[in-house]
Write a protein that binds this ligand. Structure first.
Ligand code: EPZ
Length: 419
């Protein structure tokens, strides 16, 4: 078993480079199934979710060549099966994108229910509703999803809730459908725009991604022969911004799109941090105890749920009492029990948590309960006095490339050891 040992407190200082976005990469990879050709994808984060996505594609018949740890050539001319391997698809959430992509490419798919972080119920009814409106028949039995479509035909789809996954999945299924599909009440996250940009580069006709109405004019085929670079990871950038504030540090966060970070920037200014925005990099520093603040997580452009635990660390150290309302996931406060082991005073009930700020956190053994909880515990360990041991690293490795190396480079005393 691996664990991280962190000795603090250390103010994080220096420069950090942001990788390509996990949640864009895990959608762009299955999107290559719609191409009858070869393409190159770079700025891929070197994380386990990307590696598993590639393994699934290979099992379906794609040929993948790794040019560097962050760049692949992928040949999807010869897709040999419509059965996705259940053991691999159950390992992460984004395996559901195989459904939209394979319905578009082959009109058929058999895949296991997706896995991923345990954040409460994670239904896929909106995905299925979209596929069925496009003309597919989808059944879910004994943990297996079967989809079949003789022909997909464009239509108007109104999403009952704003869903990142369903928006992307329906977009994938609609790219090669006959006629025009309109997705209304679509999600607007940067990775939705990125997947649309990727598909358009390969010959699709998608308009309006990034707004709440996306129009997809079906095309006959997608060509390869193009190179695409994955958008910088908004959540990784936000993680380091909040790490700078929590540790009273000073970081220049490079290779990001600062417009994607507006909701985080606004909160950091509100709690007394400092920001210099250079468009593709951002400096964040804080030399005092942060002020209290209230946060409600919302779909983009609201404050992202994927930065809620990292913000929770900052507010656990703030001067005064703060409230976080988690409006996306039922169960995303499991990390607060771990922070309380470090001396935080947090009361979480349902979708609300109250943070009575304490002046200091103290090192303790803690367990990462999901990906972003793990990132939050690393920040907490760096800000805390004494030694913190973080367990369950497999969650963190799913979404952050070389996280301990990045923290070490900016001053953290952190090492990974195998027990
Ligand atoms: C994506 O999950 C991200 N994952 C999550 O990031 C992120 O937390 C989430 O979007 C919200 O931003 C990936 O992109 C792989 P949703 P997704 O569909 O697509 C409900 C991380 O840490 N819903 O936008 O699964 C759902 O229960 C991960 O990187 C339905 O009711 O999220 C939730 O309450 C964790 N029916 C809300 O909608 C559906 O069919 C938003 O979910 C679909 C969703």
């Amino acid at each position: 078993m691996e664990k991280l040992i962190i000795t603090g407190p250390t103010p994080l200082k220096g420069e950090v480079n942001i990788n390509g976005a996990k949640n864009a990469a895990v959608a762009i990879l299955p999107a290559t199934l719609l191409i009858n050709g070869v393409c190159t994808i770079n700025n891929l984060p070197n994380i386990s979710d990307v590696k598993i996505s590639c393994e699934i594609l290979e099992k379906l018949g794609a040929k993948i060549t790794w040019v560097t740890p962050n760049e692949i050539n992928i040949d999807t001319r010869n897709i040999t099966t419509t059965k996705a391997p259940l053991d691999l698809t159950s390992k992460f959430r984004a395996s559901y994108y195989i459904i939209g992509a394979m319905l578009g490419r082959k009109g058929e798919i058999e895949v296991g229910m997706p896995g991923g972080c345990k954040l409460g119920a994670r239904p896929i009814d909106q995905h299925i509703k979209g596929f069925e409106l496009l003309g597919a028949n989808v059944t879910v039995e004994k943990g297996t999803i079967n989809g079949k479509a003789k022909k997909l035909v464009g239509t108007n789809i109104y999403m009952d809730i704003v869903s990142v996954g369903a928006t992307i999945n329906i977009m994938l299924a609609a790219v090669l459908a006959e006629g025009t599909t309109i997705i209304d009440n679509a999600a607007k996250e940067p990775h939705i725009v990125d997947v649309a940009n990727f598909l358009n580069t390969m010959g699709a006709d998608i308009r309006g991604a990034g707004t709440d109405v996306i129009k997809i004019n079906g095309v006959k085929e997608l060509h390869g022969n193009s190179t695409y670079s994955v958008v910088p990871d908004q959540i990784e950038a936000g993680t380091f911004m909040l790490a700078a504030v929590a540790t009273k540090g000073d970081l220049l966060i490079k290779n990001c799109i600062t417009k994607h970070l507006d909701s985080i920037t606004a909160k950091i200014l509100e709690i007394g941090g400092n920001i210099e925005d250079y468009g593709d990099s951002i400096r964040v520093w804080c030399n005092k105890r942060p002020n209290k603040a209230n946060i409600k997580t919302l779909p983009h452009p609201g404050f992202p749920t994927d930065l809620q635990p990292q913000m929770g660390v900052v507010l656990s150290l703030a001067d005064g009492t703060s409230i976080i309302n988690e409006s996306i996931w039922e169960s995303r406060f499991q990390y607060t029990e771990e922070l309380n082991k470090m001396g935080a005073k947090i009361t979480a009930q349902g979708k609300t948590a109250i943070f009575e700020g304490v002046p200091k956190l103290y090192g303790a053994p803690v367990y990462s309960t999901d990906l972003r909880a793990g990132a939050a515990l690393i920040i907490a360990g760096t800000a805390a006095h004494g030694t913190t041991e973080v367990y369950n690293l497999e969650h963190i490795d799913r979404g952050y490339e070389h996280i301990e190396e990045k923290f070490r480079k900016i001053g953290a005393k952190i090492e990974r050891v195998t027990e």
